[in-house]
Design a protein around this ligand. Structure first.
Ligand code: NAP
Ligand code: LUD
Length: 284
């Protein structure tokens, strides 16, 4: 008996097709949801992800625009551009693809984006709202996409032991916040965690976001656990996750790489963009 493979690619396609109805409704009112992605420099992985964001948004009728800036762009130029986009009523969502080249102050760039257009959910206002359980605001696309994968797979985290490995602002921390909101008992592990294996053994839901190819082994995993592999590692020209293939034998459900979490990240970005367009135009 092997794990059920959670098909992120087809769940993402379902989400996009549901979203099309909402976009058509906005268009009837003369509103086209607009997303601007800013890409600085020429990191090949970022280029792939941004291209995918542009293609999928175009397919469902979102007006998406990619602004590409050279590696040596000044911090002030990027901030000026963001301020212009903040003022532009045709732009509902703004995303600055990360990582930025080393000379940028990433926190200052994130804080320049208007919280109401921050479809990445990275602005401290939106981060604070997530942890305070306040108004519905934007939460980061990867963890929200994972919650949606769990929901559509019939996994309710309430009361479960959820272990998150990784504590980045993009994945690990917001993931922990969302699982807590969904009533899981949450443990966050990182590179300084002692006896990681013992924590993993305790997990009913395990989320791995560390960027270490095939790091989690089958012998660490509790039989029947739900495994979400966020890792995107390129090894010998092939993509692989942070979880070893062998884990399929013990898990009840597992996400593949590629075709698991990645497509959900993009689908959720489109959802957030449509929500931004609906909110600014008072469409419920
Ligand atoms: P990141 O900023 O590089 O952070 C990595 C985290 O993993 C850190 O918290 C680090 O701990 C922890 N870590 C690293 N090695 C570890 C180890 N041996 N044991 C325990 N913890 C360890 O990563 P990220 O941006 O969250 O990305 C993580 C992975 O997910 C990458 O492969 C990335 O490409 C992928 N990703 C995929 C998607 C998607 O949509 N599929 C989205 C985002 C990211 P410290 O904090 O102690 O350093
Ligand atoms: N920065 C992200 N940086 C990196 N995989 C993504 C991602 C699609 N501001 C900002 O989009 O949300 C972000 N906001 N991120 N990421 C990672 C992270 C960011 C990662 C993977 C994929 C987006 C994706 O589509 C495909 C898959 O898993 O099936 C494979 C793509 C391939 O390389 O073939």
């Amino acid at each position: 008996m092997g794990a059920q493979i959670i098909d992120g690619k087809s769940i993402a396609a379902e989400i996009r097709s549901d979203l099309k109805v909402r976009i058509d409704r906005l268009k009837e009112k003369g509103i086209t949801p607009g997303l601007t992605v800013v890409l600085v420099g020429d990191d090949p992985a970022s280029q792939t992800y941004v291209r995918s964001k542009q293609r999928t948004s175009g397919e469902i009728g979102i007006n998406s625009n990619v602004i590409e800036l050279p590696e040596d762009t000044a911090q002030s130029e990027l901030i000026d551009l963001i301020e212009q986009l903040n003022q532009d009523d045709t732009v509902h969502g703004i995303l600055v693809q990360l990582p930025l080249p080393r000379h940028f102050d990433t926190d200052a760039v994130i804080q320049a984006v208007s919280p109401s257009k921050d479809v990445d959910g990275f602005h401290p206002i939106n981060v604070g709202n997530l942890w305070a359980g306040l108004a519905d605001s934007f939460a980061p696309c990867t963890p929200v996409g994972i919650m949606e994968l769990l929901r559509r797979t019939g996994v309710d985290p309430a009361g479960m032991n959820a272990v998150v490995i990784g504590r980045s602002n993009i994945v690990g921390k917001p993931m922990a916040g969302l699982l807590l909101k969904a009533n899981a008992t949450v443990t966050i592990c990182h590179s300084r965690t002692k006896d990681l294996e013992a924590h993993v053994k305790n997990a009913d839901i395990l989320i791995v976001a560390i960027g270490q190819p095939r790091f989690v082994k089958d012998s660490w995993v509790k039989p029947g656990a739900v495994i979400i592999d966020v890792g995107m590692n390129r090894v010998d020209g092939k993509l692989c996750g942070d979880v070893d293939e062998s884990v399929k034998k013990v898990a009840s459900h597992i996400t593949p790489v590629p075709g698991g979490v990645g497509p959900m990240t993009i689908a959720q970005l489109l959802v957030n963009t449509v929500i931004a367009a609906e909110r600014t135009n008072f469409v419920d």
